[in-house]
Design a protein around this ligand. Structure first.
Ligand SMILES: NC(=O)c1ccc[n+]([C@@H]2O[C@H](COP(=O)([O-])OP(=O)(O)OC[C@H]3O[C@@H](n4cnc5c(N)ncnc54)[C@H](O)[C@@H]3O)[C@@H](O)[C@H]2O)c1
Length: 286
């Protein structure tokens, strides 16, 4: 019989996207994008462990996800990414239950959101409090380091795995503070994207490269995903302003990152490591 020149390109059981039998742990699982990452992974057959400090939020998310889980396991566990003991507790509980974490998604963050009233104030550099700098870096950057340390070490010892750090288009470009401006506020009160955001997201790209090359022969692949902003309930004026900065002319839809999550977490990306994948409607190339 003639050999199939293209091999298996379907999305069936032999697809490189198929994650049946793998387990993915998502930090910040009770937020806006965490459940989307989990849904993406369930769609390709992975079991998921959703972790967060917001237990009530996690309960609600797990209830919603159960409907599309196809009997795949969804666990929710309390885990504070700033607290190494809390991370160890989760790792040890999973070990004792025989659950191997094949994929870690470092997604937790303390980000002020652009809501109905614009960006929450108090972020101006001149008066940015060091306690807020410490708290935000502790979640977004130190948390990714600690989770990478605990779960990455296990992956390296256990035959490999995938770490995906959720960065942002602001890992490679500066925030354009003009899009947050409000006509009704004095100059000194104008909202800005906080300095911590840029520092954390750029730092995650450095952490990605470091980890990707730290365990070179272990089969641990480490990448970053840099998404552009998701459209939610932001004021229309803000959405219009940011859209003019984006070649595709719009913000992302909530579920639009699912396919790149599936790519980056599965064997579909088996020859990709140490990279920052920027999916931002083209914003960073303008
Ligand atoms: N939403 C966007 O448009 C967008 C765009 C680019 C990048 N991102 C990035 O994607 C990731 C998820 O964004 P999101 O919009 O879902 O954020 P979110 O604020 O909705 O969710 C963040 C979650 O992290 C959790 N968290 C906070 N502190 C924690 C801690 N100490 N330990 C564990 N969990 C903790 C929160 O409880 C929350 O559930 C973030 O890293 C964010 O920077 C988001």
């Amino acid at each position: 019989m003639a050999k199939d020149p293209v091999g298996d390109i379907g999305l069936g059981v032999n697809s490189r996207f198929n994650m049946t039998g793998r387990t993915a742990l998502v930090t910040g699982g009770a937020g806006m994008l965490g459940p989307q990452h989990a849904a993406a992974l369930l769609e390709v057959g992975a079991s998921v462990v959703l972790t967060d400090i917001d237990l009530e939020g996690l309960g609600a998310v797990c209830g919603d996800l159960a409907e599309l889980s196809n009997n795949l396991e969804i666990r929710s566990m309390s885990m504070d990414v700033t607290d190494v003991d809390s991370i160890w507790e989760v790792a040890e509980e999973l070990d004792s239950d025989g659950v191997k974490v094949d994929v870690l998604i470092n997604n937790a963050s303390l980000d002020p959101k652009v809501g109905q009233d614009g960006l929450i104030g108090g972020s101006r550099l001149e008066s940015f409090p060091v306690h807020r700098w410490d708290a935000e870096l502790a979640v977004g950057l130190t948390g990714a380091f600690l989770c990478g340390q605990v779960f990455g070490t296990r992956m390296a010892a256990g035959g490999g795995g995938v770490i995906l750090n959720i960065a942002s288009d602001l890992s490679v470009i500066a925030p354009d503070q003009r899009i947050y401006r409000r006509m009704d506020l004095d100059e000194s009160d104008q909202p800005v994207k906080p300095v911590t955001y840029s520092v954390i997201k750029a730092g995650l790209v450095g952490l990605t490269r470091y980890l990707a090359t730290y365990w070179p022969d272990s089969g641990v692949r480490v990448n970053a995903l840099s998404p552009g902003g998701v459209q939610t309930d932001q004021p229309g004026e803000f959405v219009e302003k940011i859209s003019t900065l984006i070649p595709l002319g719009r913000m992302a839809a909530l579920d639009e990152y699912r396919s790149v999550i599936q790519f980056l977490c599965s064997d579909a990306s088996s020859y990709l490591t140490g990279q920052n994948i920027i999916m931002d409607g083209g914003r960073s190339v303008w």
